[in-house]
Design a protein around this ligand. Structure first.
Ligand SMILES: Cc1cc2nc3c(=O)[nH]c(=O)nc-3n(C[C@H](O)[C@H](O)[C@H](O)COP(=O)(O)O)c2cc1C
Length: 206
């Protein structure tokens, strides 16, 4: 498929059909993920494929996603934000638990940090995170090519998840990605329009 078409096709989806994804599609996307650029040439990434309710519940529990969310509270938190950003958060936040539970597959992308993330003091120290995200984008684009979509959820309680899923202590979690075919009524938010001419700078900022 033409690259531009796949790039445009990839969108964040949080509502999934109850339909499994073939091993071939998953394998193809993971193979392409491993073709991403990697800061130290080692491609130190791993993919944990989660399908069972038991493991999904461990994720929900670790992330405290069980709590009820008050829309009024959310409205207050985002009241001064740009409308397009507010709309995204109001759509996304209430769906965090459901999207993990309803996705036929949840993929956890794990990487080896250069040094402990909390000890990073230069952008350079975050090369491992940047590389993991290059790998994630290849993964998402390759899924979109096959009409499979996902949403990158960033966990906040990675130590709990690592413990519950036996992930070695020295590794880190880049994202938890519920993936699947998009439900009939899946909401795809409008992307913010960017005038790229305002974002391209020649030789210096202005
Ligand atoms: C680094 C990163 C973190 C994100 N975290 C979350 C998240 O925790 N939960 C969620 O529902 N979406 C998350 N998203 C998805 C964004 O909301 C989504 O990419 C954005 O609204 C743009 O929409 P699009 O992907 O359809 O272009 C994240 C995306 C990125 C790149």
């Amino acid at each position: 498929m033409e690259l531009r078409k796949v790039i445009e096709k990839r969108r964040t989806v949080r509502d999934f059909k109850d339909e499994d994804i073939s091993t071939e599609i998953l394998k193809y996307a993971i193979e392409n993920a491993f073709k991403a650029p990697s800061y130290n040439h080692l491609r130190e990434w791993d993919f944990i494929i989660v399908k069972s309710m038991e493991t999904k519940l461990k994720l929900i529990e670790s992330e405290n996603l069980d709590k009820e969310i008050s829309i009024d509270e959310l409205l207050k938190v985002f009241e001064n934000e740009e409308l397009i950003k507010k709309e995204m958060y109001l759509e996304a936040i209430p769906k965090q638990k459901k999207m993990i539970l309803n996705a036929p597959v949840v993929v956890i992308v794990v990487f080896r940090p250069k040094k402990r993330i909390e000890k990073a003091d230069r952008i350079y120290d975050l090369n491992c995170v940047a590389s993991a995200w290059c790998c994630i984008e290849n993964f998402l684009l390759s899924l979109a090519e096959h009409d499979v979509y996902g949403v990158t959820y960033i966990p906040q309680h990675t130590d709990k998840i690592k413990e519950k899923l036996d992930i070695p202590e020295e590794l880190e979690i880049a994202a938890i990605i519920p993936i699947g075919y998009q439900a009939e009524n899946a909401k795809i938010l409008k992307q913010k329009e960017i005038n790229i001419l305002e974002r391209i700078h020649n030789e210096r900022w202005r």
